[in-house]
Design a binder for this molecule. Sequence first.
Ligand SMILES: Cc1ncc(COP(=O)(O)O)c(C=O)c1O
Length: 359
Amino acid sequence: MRIRAVVRELEEYKPGAFVAGAIKLSSNENPLGTSENVKTAILEGIERGELDLSKYPWSARESELRHAIAAYLDVDVDRIVIGAGIDGVLDTLVKIFIDAGDEGLIPIPTFSLYESLIKIAGGTPRYVQRKRDFSVPLDAMASVCNDRTRMIFLSSPNNPSGNSLTEAELHEIAAIAPESVVVVDEAYAEFASRSMVKLVDDDSNIVVLRTFSKAFALAGLRVGYAVVPTWLADVYRRVAMPFSVNNIAIVAAIAALRDKEHLRKTVELVRAGREYLIEHLRPLFRVMPSDANFVLVDVSPASARTVYEALLRKGIVVRDCSSFRGAGDSLIRITVGTKEQNEKVVEALEELKATGSRI
Ligand SMILES: Cc1ncc(COP(=O)(O)O)c(C=O)c1O
């Protein structure tokens, strides 16, 4: 049977590795794990029969989640749409905007799903290399934009570099391509010092994506959302897969938003751990500043693969960024873990560096 040519050439998404028994610092997950209040809400919901897994997700409960998100961000509930993680939200947005032959602009290195989704839709990803400090090159973006550009993808803080976009940069990009939708992927916003959610309004071409996978510790349940102009929210609901956010995920996300203490502890732990990693790794390597729950480390002259494998032998899994388009082959990304995990990774890298030639 014939499959589409574009699908034949597609590469599988490469998630951060999981190695049984090792410390996993490869997928930017929450080091504290899921809040106990969230687990209780799920179990009690099932016991009391309010969370009936034999039923499709109720629209009333979906609406309760959208209201809770709107209150959390202090934005109008009519601007909130939900999906199965940011991945699910991106999938729907690309279906809305990219037709065969259309283009999506991607400053690289960044999250790889953007390019896959554009290709699957029959569009063409156009790449622009980020600057040495990983900021977005505005002139290069402007020169690549043309009348087929439909979407621009900006991860902020950017995965894997950790730097955030400024409001001025976003305004400039939105003005470069007034006919394209500018997608600001804020998967890591809770760890950052700024967010662009307030810039979304009915006259703008900006949408902001958020997730429960990182600061809210629900990566396994797949809940994400977007803040969009109200007209786009209507279109989104027509295109999105029905019931893509399941009953348990909805209850969990509502409970996670209520547990402000777990969020506060998470953010505090991550910010302190991030500072610790940066301070202790800077004497050894070039380490990028980070607004996220990970740090990017340039291990050159060693290769990322060698350091990845050496750390793996010591029971620590990080992310070898060679698979990120435009990242080169000397970058590793380390998720901020617990205090003990951070100490272990620093110790391991100090040892590797001390043994010099072997890395
Ligand atoms: C920039 C970025 N966007 C989106 C995602 C996926 O988020 P979700 O789990 O909500 O699908 C990730 C996951 O690592 C990410 O790094």
